[in-house]
Design a protein around this ligand. Structure first.
Ligand code: G3P
Length: 217
């Protein structure tokens, strides 16, 4: 499963990219606002840090506006993926941009039939929001399982990008459900390394090693 980072903070992204484990980045208007940067500058810098797909979201709600913003964003760097909301206009714009060779990430997906429409519109990624469904008392992971099954039933190539991930348990379940990618806040990515038995195991090995008085080099 590919791991993306959900952030527009370049310092944070540089630090996480050093792991060598990050395949891409997702941003949204809220994350760009939080960064305090001009969108074009932030996206250009992020694209230079991470060579994989970097999602940049349009904010127009009409189709012509989405197309204009999408084409503009796609020109920032070759690894930009244009993010559009799962609305009727968003999917019409997705079809047009996809036909032009621009990759589109259809976002704010909350149902399997929405994901079916996005695939038919040529979306490169579909972003189902797990945490926000959980917040409503619905198991967000059921949506990932349903989309996986529908896409496999019909051979859709659209990649499932599990979003609104809030925990390492979400990552585990998304991987088991066959999600192609997951986008995580940096702190959730950092938590994936952690296990108390790893920490106590390292501590015990080092204590025993120290008692030998040896050094490897
Ligand atoms: O970027 C989209 C998504 O990952 C947002 O997550 O935690 O704001 O629901 P969240």
């Amino acid at each position: 499963m590919q791991l993306f980072i959900d952030s527009a903070d370049v310092a944070e992204l540089r630090a996480v990219a050093a792991s060598g484990l990050i395949d891409g980045v997702t941003t949204n208007p809220s994350l760009i606002a939080k960064s305090g940067r001009k969108m074009k500058d932030a996206i250009a810098e992020i694209c230079s840090i991470i060579p994989g797909p970097v999602s940049a979201e349009a904010v127009a709600t009409d189709m012509e506006g989405m197309l204009a913003e999408g084409r503009y964003l796609a020109r920032i760097a070759s690894n930009v993926v244009v993010k559009l909301p799962l609305t009727e206009n968003g999917l019409r714009a997705c079809r047009t941009l996809s036909d032009e060779g621009i990759r589109v990430n259809v976002t704010l997906c909350f149902s399997a039939v929405q994901a079916l429409l996005a695939a038919k519109a040529g979306a490169y990624f579909i972003s189902p929001f797990i945490g926000r469904l959980d917040d409503k008392g619905v198991d967000g992971m059921d949506l990932i399982r349903d989309i996986r099954r529908i896409y496999d039933n019909y051979g859709f190539a659209t990649n499932i990008l599990s979003a609104s991930i809030r925990s390492v348990e979400h990552v585990r379940q998304a991987a088991l459900a066959g999600s192609d990618c997951a986008t995580l806040p940096p702190k959730t990515f950092a938590a994936m390394y952690k296990h108390e038995l790893t920490d106590s195991g390292v501590e015990a090995f080092l204590k025993d090693w120290a008692s030998t008085g040896q050094s490897i080099l």
